[in-house]
Write a protein that binds this ligand. Structure first.
Ligand code: F6R
Length: 631
C-alpha cells in the first residue's frame, strides 16, 4: 500500500515523479504529493540558495497534477513523491506525504507502518518538534532532524565508512523504528543525494546514466531504465546523480549486482481498452497459453522447475493466501486432493499467523499472491519457514518479496496486473494449481499416465474456449448488466470446484461496483441465506455439467420459488437450464474439473460492466489498493 518514488539526475524531477506515481497509483490513491529541491535562478537574492518545495493534494493523482500546473516554483532535478492509501489519519492534505521536519527543510515519503510511532512522537514533542499530521510517518523526518542536530553538535563527526551526514542520521533513525516500511529522504542542505531504506516493504532502485531512481515497484521505472537493484530488508542506499551505494544497517558497504528487467513500458499501457481490468480479462487466454508453453513439453510432461526431490517427501499441503488468491487456493485444494490425493488445507494468511495448525513433518506450505508483497501472506510464510516447513511461492512477481522468502517459487507467467481487481492473475494461479496437481500425481503415482495425458490435452483446449466466451458474450453481458445498476444485493451460488468461483464472482462485484454480494455453496442456501431472497435479490448460479449439476439446478429452483431473478452460468443448449434460469451466460461443456477456468470469465465481465454502467472507477475502486503491504 502506498507508492513511493524518487529521482536524482538532470531531468525535471516533477515530470519523473508524476510519471512514476501514475504507474504506482494502483498501490493507493487517496492523496498524493511531491517534494523537490529547486534550483534557484538568482541564488544571490536569497539568504539560502536551496530550499525544500512541497506540493500535496487530497484525492487522486490528477488533483496533484492540477496543482503542479499552477505551481511557479523553479525546476528541480531531485525529488521524492508519494501516492497514499491511508492507514494513520484520514485522507486529507495535511496527512499526505511527503512529511517534513519542523524547519521544513527535510522530507520523507513512506510505504508501510511505523508501529512504535506513539512513543517516538511523544519523545520528539518533548524535544520541541512540532507535529502537524495524524500519521505515523511524521516521526521519521523529525527524528532524522534530531539526529542531524546531534551530529552537528559533535562537529558532524561520522564513522569513516558512512558516506554522508544525512545517511548517518537516517541510519541512526531506522534503528529506532519498529514496523514494516520503505522510505525515501531528501534534505535541502544535502541537495545531491537521496537516502532510501527497505524494511519489509518493497523498494527498487533504477540505475540510469548520470541519473538514478527509486520506487516501490518496477513499472514506475521502466520508462527510464531497466537496470535495477531490489533492496533487501534492512538495507540502506544512497543515490547521487552518478552513483548508487548500498549498505547494511550497520553501515557496511555491500556489493550488489544490478539486474535487467525483461519487460518494456507497453506492458503497463491500456492498449486501446477503456480500463486495465477489461484489457487484463482479455489477456487471459494468452496468459494461459504462455503458462502451458513454458511448463508443459510437447510430449505433455509438466515441469514447474521445482528443485529435484522437492515434492517427493511431501505428505500434506497448507496453502496461505488472501482475497482472490485465497479463492484460487480453494480450487487448488480441490485439485490437489481430487487429482493427486494430497491432503490440503487453505487458510487466510491473516488467520494463519495467529492460529497456525499443529506443525507436522513433511508439510509443504504454499503462499499464493499476485503482488508477492501481501504483508499477511509474507508473514505467514515466514512463520511456516521458521517452523521448518518447506515453502513454495506462487506469484506473477518473482522478483518480489515472496520470491526471496520461499524455498522455491513458481512464476505464474501472468505478468504485471494493474487493475486493482485481480483477473488474469487469478486464472494464471489456477493453471499453476492444475500443473502442480499433475506434478504431485506423477511424483506420488496417484495419477495414471493416461489420465495425466487426458488432463493436459483438456487444458490445451481451454484458451480457445476462453476466447469464445469473450468474443461471444461481452456485448450480451454489457446489455444485461444495465438491469443491475441499481441492485443492492446479489447472491452467487456454486458447488464443488465452482464454489470458490461463486466466492470470486461475489468479491469481484462488491469490490468494483460496491454492490453487496455473497457467495455460497449452493446446498447451504436452505440453511439460512435463503431468507434473504426476494424479487430484488438476483441470484447467479454456476451450473456446469458434472457431479453436482442437477443439485445446483435444484438449488436454483428453490431460489426461483422465492421470486429471485436467476442468472445461470450454464450450458446454452440444455433445456433443463433454460427452464430454470431467466438469463444464461453460456459456457462450453468441458470436463467439470476444468470448468472454473471458463465460469469465472462471465462473472468478471458481469462485475466489470455493472461497475462501468454505475460510472465507477473500475481500475481504482475506493478504499482498495493492489498491493496490501500492511497487516
Ligand atoms: C481482489 C483482490 C484482492 C487480492 C488480495 C491478495 O480482486 O485483488 O482480494 O486478491 O488482496 O492480494 P495478493 O494476491 O497480491 O496477495
Amino acid at each position: 500500500m502506498c507508492g513511493i518514488v524518487g529521482y536524482i539526475g538532470h531531468r525535471s524531477a516533477n515530470e519523473v515523479l508524476i510519471s512514476g506515481l501514475r504507474k504506482l497509483e494502483y498501490r493507493g490513491y487517496d492523496s498524493a504529493g511531491v517534494a523537490t529541491i529547486p534550483l534557484l535562478d538568482h541564488p544571490a537574492d536569497r539568504p539560502i540558495d536551496r530550499y525544500l518545495h512541497r506540493v500535496r493534494a487530497k484525492g487522486k493523482l490528477i488533483q496533484l497534477e492540477e496543482k503542479l500546473k499552477a505551481d511557479t516554483a523553479p525546476q528541480a532535478s531531485i525529488g521524492i513523491g508519494h501516492t497514499r492509501w491511508a492507514t494513520h489519519g484520514k485522507p486529507e492534505e495535511h496527512n499526505a506525504h511527503p512529511h517534513t521536519n519542523t524547519m521544513g527543510n527535510l522530507a520523507v515519503v513512506q510505504n508501510g507502518i511505523v508501529e512504535n510511532y506513539h512513543i517516538l512522537r511523544s519523545e520528539l514533542k518533548q524535544l520541541g518538534h512540532i507535529f502537524v499530521s495524524e500519521t505515523d510517518t511524521e516521526v521519521i523526518p523529525h527524528m532524522i532532524a534530531e539526529f542531524l542536530t546531534q551530529l552537528e553538535k559533535q562537529g558532524n563527526m561520522i564513522p569513516d565508512k558512512s558516506p554522508s551526514v544525512l545517511f548517518e542520521a537516517v541510519r541512526l533513525t531506522i534503528a529506532k523504528l519498529q514496523g514494516a516500511y520503505a522510505i525515501a529522504v531528501i534534505h535541502a542542505d544535502y541537495p545531491d543525494e537521496i537516502v532510501v531504506v527497505r524494511q519489509q516493504a518493497p523498494l527498487v532502485i533504477g540505475i540510469g546514466k548520470d541519473e538514478n531512481f527509486c520506487a516501490s515497484d518496477t513499472p514506475a521505472l521502466v520508462a527510464y531504465t531497466r537496470t535495477v537493484i531490489s533492496l533487501e530488508n534492512g538495507e540502506i542506499a544512497r543515490l547521487t546523480r552518478e552513483s548508487v551505494q548500498v549498505y547494511n544497517s550497520k553501515g557496511d558497504r555491500l556489493r550488489r549486482a544490478p539486474q535487467t528487467l525483461n519487460w518494456n513500458p507497453t506492458m503497463v499501457e491500456k492498449q486501446g481498452f477503456k480500463h486495465y481490468m477489461l484489457k487484463e480479462i482479455y489477456e487471459q487466454p494468452g496468459v494461459f497459453r504462455t503458462g502451458l508453453a513454458i511448463y508443459v513439453s510437447e510430449t505433455n510432461k509438466v515441469d514447474l522447475g521445482l528443485p529435484t526431490g522437492f515434492i517427493e517427501p511431501i505428505e500434506r499441503v497448507e496453502i496461505i493466501a488472501c482475497g482472490t488468491s485465497w479463492h484460487a487456493s480453494l480450487v487448488g485444494k480441490y485439485l490437489l486432493e481430487q487429482l493427486a490425493g494430497v491432503p490440503t488445507s487453505v487458510q487466510y494468511a491473516s488467520e494463519y499467523r495467529y492460529s497456525p495448525p499443529p506443525s507436522l513433518k513433511n508439510t509443504l506450505v504454499i503462499g499464493v499472491t499476485q503482488s508477492g508483497e501481501t504483508a499477511d501472506t509474507l508473514a505467514a510464510l515466514e512463520l511456516a519457514k521458521s517452523r521448518g516447513d518447506r515453502c513454495l511461492g506462487i506469484t506473477n512477481r518473482v522478483e518480489s518479496s515472496i520470491g526471496r522468502i520461499s524455498d522455491a517459487v513458481i512464476d505464474t507467467q501472468a505478468g504485471i496486473e494493474i487493475g486493482v481487481a485481480a483477473t488474469k492473475t487469478f486464472v494464471a494461479q489456477l493453471l499453476m494449481f492444475y500443473l502442480l496437481a499433475l506434478e504431485f500425481g506423477a511424483a506420488k503415482g496417484t495419477l495414471t499416465e493416461a489420465r495425466s495425458q487426458e488432463l493436459i490435452e483438456g487444458l490445451r483446449q481451454l484458451p480457445a474456449y476462453m476466447e469464445r466466451i469473450l468474443e461471444g458474450q461481452e456485448r450480451y453481458i454489457e446489455d444485461l448488466s444495465r438491469q443491475f445498476t441499481h441492485t443492492k444485493d446479489f447472491i452467487f451460488l456454486g458447488r464443488g470446484i465452482n464454489f470458490p468461483i461463486a466466492l470470486e464472482g461475489a468479491l469481484k462485484l462488491k469490490e468494483i461496483s460496491y454492490i453487496h454480494a455473497e457467495g455460497y455453496p449452493a446446498g447451504e442456501m436452505k440453511h439460512g441465506p435463503i431468507a434473504l431472497l426476494d424479487e430484488d435479490v438476483p441470484v447467479v448460479a454456476i451450473a456446469t455439467p458434472g457431479s453436482v449439476y442437477e443439485k445446483v439446478l435444484s438449488n436454483s429452483q428453490e431460489a426461483k420459488a422465492r421470486d429471485a431473478k436467476l442468472i445461470g452460468v450454464a450450458p446454452l443448449d440444455d433445456p433443463a437450464a433454460h427452464e430454470v434460469f431467466d438469463y444464461i451466460l453460456p459456457i462450453p461443456v468441458v470436463d467439470e474439473i476444468f470448468s472454473p477456468i471458463l465460469t469465472v470469465i462471465p462473472l468478471q465481465l458481469l462485475s466489470y460492466h455493472v461497475a462501468a454502467h454505475r460510472g465507477l472507477d473500475v481500475d481504482q475502486p475506493r478504499n482498495l489498493a493492489k498491493s496490501v503491504t500492511v497487516e
